[in-house]
Design a protein around this ligand. Structure first.
Ligand code: AMP
Length: 278
């Protein structure tokens, strides 16, 4: 697998494949790859002949008190996993390449970033939209695959790609979970064994809420019970448990087609997110 480190090299490699009539899928990541990331590569191969992944720990999407410095990094290990999954090119630019001196542009999607995670992570989704627009503009791939685990991010990227005519089709891929139900996340590495065990309350609370809502129970009481269950399991802070429209992310007081239950909560020092379709 070749590794390129500049936008020009990425553009040239993808364009060369496309000139040969091949379709190209792009999978942006921050590395510390797990089976959830590799499933995005597999999904990419369903839509394209070649898959390009990127690894870039994007400083612009971390708040000042967040984990940028300790975010796990293992390019060699990640590259081996990508080869095994069928990826043919890795784009791994430096921070200086992505944001050279004088860099002054931001991409901001209106509305969606103010909800849910955006309320506790101000500026986070501006950083995401900025880096993803740069990545998509450089790759010019036919499709790009993002995980439904970051449902709000996926909604924002869909909006942005449509609004800005980026020309890459955005594809969502289902959440990959450990056998016990915890959604895979690079940040799960931060959890102690005890925290990892208690964190199972998150997928369980969502599954219980999903089942309860399907029986027609009231939304407010169901969400409150889920929040209480998270606190009882030892989550230090519950940022939200909400039923939302999957596209607009607006809060719902009754399930509708496309509704999702979304949650974010902090276990120890680790903020975890999860979501389920109703
Ligand atoms: P990250 O490296 O955490 O920025 O994630 C890169 C991509 O992988 C994003 O599109 C995420 O939504 C996706 N992803 C992360 N974890 C999972 C998971 N457990 N299942 C599916 N996709 C995931």
């Amino acid at each position: 697998m070749a590794i390129v480190r500049t936008p020009a090299a990425l553009t040239a490699a993808v364009a060369a494949w496309q000139r040969d009539g091949l379709r190209v899928a792009f999978v942006p990541t921050m590395g510390a790859l797990h089976a959830g990331h590799l499933a995005l590569v597999t999904e990419g191969l369903r839509h394209a002949d070649r898959v390009v992944a990127s690894i870039f720990v994007n400083p612009k999407q971390f708040g000042p008190a967040e984990d940028l410095d300790r975010y796990p990094r293992d390019e060699a290990g990640d590259a081996a996993k990508l080869v095994g999954a069928g990826c043919t090119l890795l784009y791994a630019p430096s921070v200086e390449t992505m944001y050279p001196p004088g860099f002054a542009s931001f991409v901001r999607v209106a509305g969606l970033p103010d909800l849910l995670c955006g309320r506790v992570r101000p500026g986070h989704f501006d950083g995401v939209a900025t880096v993803v627009s740069k990545l998509l503009a450089a790759a010019r791939a036919d499709v790009a695959v993002f995980g439904e685990k970051d449902w709000q991010q996926l909604a924002i990227i869909r909006r942005m790609a449509a609004d800005l005519d980026l020309g890459t089709q955005i594809i969502g891929a289902g959440i990959v979970r450990d056998s016990d139900g915890l959604a895979l996340s690079s940040r799960n590495l931060y959890l102690t064994p005890d925290e990892r065990q208690r964190a199972l309350a998150l997928p369980r609370a969502l599954a219980t809420a999903q089942a309860t809502l399907r029986t027609g129970e009231p939304v407010a009481a169901t969400l409150a019970a889920a929040s209480t269950a998270l606190a009882a399991a030892g989550f230090a802070r519950v940022d939200y448990v909400e039923l939302v429209d999957g596209e607009t992310l607006g809060a719902l007081d009754a399930p509708v087609p496309g509704a999702r239950i979304m949650a974010a909560a902090v276990m120890g020092t680790t903020r975890l997110i999860d979501n389920l379709a109703i």
